[in-house]
Design a protein around this ligand. Structure first.
Ligand SMILES: NC(=O)CCC(=O)C(=O)O
Length: 281
C-alpha cells in the first residue's frame, strides 16, 4: 500500500567551485531542511558538487561506486532518514567516459537507483547562447525509477524534460512523481522552464519536481533557478525565485487519482489509432 501523502523538499543553493565546500553545504542544508520540515524525499540540483561546464566535468568527475560524493550522500540519507535524490554529479565511468549522473539513496543509506542523463544539452540559440554537452560527456542509455513508500518515481536530468515521450513512458510504467535535477540556461529558462514542468505534469497527470542551483552571476554557466513542484492538474504547488531557497510540497495520491478520474485521458487514449498511423508513415 502506497502512503497517501509524501513530503518533498527541493534544495536550491549556490554551487561553487570548491567541491568539498559544496558537499559540506549539502550536508548542512539537508540536515536543516529535515529539522525544519521533516520531508520524506529531498532532491538536489543538477551538478550539485561541481560548477556546470566543460572546464569542470573531467576535473570533478568521480566514481559513483566509492567516490567521496556518493559516500557523503549515503551517510546524509541515513543520518536524516530520507530518500535522497542526490542531484547529479559528473561521473567517471569504468571505461574513463564521463556522464552526468543522478544517484538515489534510501533512508538506510543504500544506493538504490542510478540515472545517467540520456539527452545531452546540445543547443545553439543563434547569437545568444550555445552549449554542446556532448563535447565532453557521454549520454546514458537507460531510464531509471525508484520506489519510496509505495510511490514509483521516474528520474530525468534537465534537458531530458524536453522529451515528452520519456515522461509518458515513466507514467505508463506507473510513476506518480517525476524528479528532474536541472540547471536551465538563462537563454531558455525564462521561456520554457515553467511550461515544460507544467506540461509534463498535465500530460501525464502526475507530480513533477525540478530542482535547480541558484543563479550565480559570476559562474561561467548561469542557471535560471526557480525550482518548482507542479501537481497533476498542471498547477504550481510551490516555486523558488533565483536565490538560495528550500521549497517544500506535500504530494497527495488521492488528489492525483481524483484528477485522473475527472479527466480520464489514459483510459480514453486511442492507442490503436496511433499504431495505425505509425504503420502509415
Ligand atoms: N543543463 C541542461 O541540460 C540545460 C537545459 C536547458 O537549459 C534547456 O533549455 O533545455
Amino acid at each position: 500500500m502506497a502512503a497517501q501523502k509524501l513530503r518533498l523538499a527541493l534544495i536550491q543553493f549556490t554551487v561553487g567551485s570548491d567541491k568539498a565546500a559544496n558537499l559540506n553545504k549539502i550536508c548542512s542544508l539537508v540536515k536543516q531542511t529535515c529539522l525544519d520540515h521533516k520531508p520524506n524525499i529531498v532532491a538536489l540540483p543538477e551538478c550539485c558538487n561541481s560548477p556546470f561546464g566543460h572546464e569542470y566535468f573531467n576535473e570533478y568527475a568521480e566514481s559513483i561506486v566509492d567516490g567521496p560524493s556518493v559516500k557523503m550522500f549515503s551517510s546524509v540519507a541515513k543520518e536524516n532518514k530520507i530518500f535522497l535524490v542526490a542531484g547529479s554529479v559528473p561521473e567517471k565511468g569504468n571505461d574513463g567516459k564521463l556522464f552526468n549522473t543522478t544517484t538515489v539513496f534510501n533512508p538506510d543509506g543504500n544506493h538504490i537507483s542510478t540515472f545517467r542523463k540520456v539527452h545531452l544539452f546540445d543547443i545553439d540559440v543563434k547569437g545568444k547562447f550555445s552549449f554542446q554537452e556532448s563535447k565532453t560527456l557521454t549520454a546514458g542509455d537507460s531510464l531509471a525509477t525508484f520506489s519510496a513508500y509505495g510511490w514509483k518515481i521516474g528520474l530525468g536530468i534537465c534537458y531530458d524534460i524536453r522529451f515528452a515521450e520519456m515522461a509518458q513512458l515513466y507514467s505508463r510504467a506507473g510513476c506518480k512523481l517525476l524528479i528532474y535535477p536541472a540547471a536551465f540556461s538563462m537563454a531558455t529558462g525564462p521561456y520554457h522552464w515553467e511550461i515544460l514542468t507544467r506540461g509534463r505534469a498535465l500530460d501525464n497527470q502526475c507530480y513533477v519536481a525540478a530542482v535547480s542551483p541558484s543563479r550565480c552571476l559570476t559562474a561561467s554557466f548561469v542557471a535560471y533557478g526557480h525550482s518548482i513542484v507542479v501537481n497533476p492538474w498542471g498547477e504550481i504547488v510551490t516555486k523558488a525565485d533565483e536565490t538560495d531557497k528550500t521549497i517544500v510540497a506535500d504530494i497527495d495520491l488521492n488528489y492525483l487519482e481524483e484528477v485522473r478520474e475527472t479527466i480520464p485521458i489514459s483510459k480514453q487514449k486511442k492507442t490503436e489509432v496511433f499504431e495505425k498511423f505509425q504503420k502509415e508513415i
